[in-house]
Design a protein around this ligand. Structure first.
Ligand SMILES: [Zn+2]
Length: 277
């Protein structure tokens, strides 16, 4: 998929001249105005953008499990040519990326590791205001499957509190670091108010190299070629150069006749999304 995107390269080049100026309205707000209560009020005014909802009957929503534990979601069961972009961690900040998401109006879902974003809360507030819900990716990015139950609980519940305070909405979806979890993870996630655990069906190794796919490579979890499939949940990361990398994957998505959609609108409310059920 690499090497055939002169159009995207041109678009990205055109963005270079744009300053980080589209989000200082948030970044430059006086500190006194960024406390939790103001954020909660702001969320009512600026908060989560409403993304297009899927046509009724165009997809099969996941269902809660009989066990009552949050189910594992790896993709969405749909025939529509939609894919879902999810971006993890929060260790790097590319101001241009916020502008790009705003301008292109692309729905993405963010999984935040709260310790990573220290001092950069405003960046993710701007992301939230660009329409990305903030979901839970633990406090410190530990491998959950090898942690004691109490550590797992703290990693998930404390991130819930921080994200709720900072972004005015309680996360409903959890993504375990490295995709590593066990039964205890699911129990602890449930105790913390999580409704589903979201993994992924493909990864875009944006700004890094993936095994066998090289720099900015793309790999399907099912190993079935290089293309997208309807309902793919795609893993990406907040890394340096994200704006340009994002242009790259948007180009691939459009070339293959797909479009990015908001995954939260394909999950029923019982699993932490916005769809009926
Ligand atoms: Zn991560």
């Amino acid at each position: 998929m690499r090497g055939k995107m002169p159009v995207i390269a041109t678009v990205a080049a055109g963005l270079v001249g744009v300053t980080a100026g589209a989000w200082p309205s948030v970044r430059d707000a006086p500190a006194a105005e960024t406390g939790p209560s103001m954020r909660t009020q702001l969320s009512a005014v600026l908060g989560d953008k409403q993304w297009a909802t899927p046509k009724p009957g165009s997809w099969t929503p996941d269902k809660p499990e009989a066990s009552g534990l949050p189910p594992i979601v790896r993709s969405v069961n749909t025939q529509e040519k939609v894919v879902f972009l999810t971006i993890d961690d929060g260790y790097e900040y590319d101001a241009e990326f916020v502008n790009l998401v705003r301008r292109e109006k692309v729905p993405i879902l963010t999984f935040l590791t709260t310790q990573y974003v220290r001092g950069q809360g405003q960046y993710f507030l701007a992301m939230r205001n660009a329409g990305s819900q903030m979901e839970n990716h633990t406090v410190s990015h530990k491998n959950m499957a090898i942690q004691a139950p109490e550590t797992q609980r703290r990693e998930i519940c404390d991130a819930q509190e921080t994200i709720t305070k900072q972004y005015g909405r309680r996360p409903q979806i959890f993504r375990p670091p490295f995709g590593s979890y066990n039964e205890t993870t699911r129990k602890m996630a449930k105790e913390c108010g999580i409704k589903s655990i979201m993994l992924w069906s493909a990864e875009f190794y944006n700004g890094t190299s993936g095994p066998g796919v090289g720099f900015n490579g793309f790999a399907r979890g099912d190993g079935a070629g290089k293309g997208f499939k309807p309902g793919d949940i795609i893993l990406m990361h907040y890394r340096k150069g994200l704006a340009q990398q994002f242009q790259t994957i948007l180009g691939w998505i459009r070339e293959q006749g797909f479009r990015p959609a908001a995954v939260e609108n394909y999950l029923p409310t019982s699993l932490g999304g916005n769809a009926p059920g």
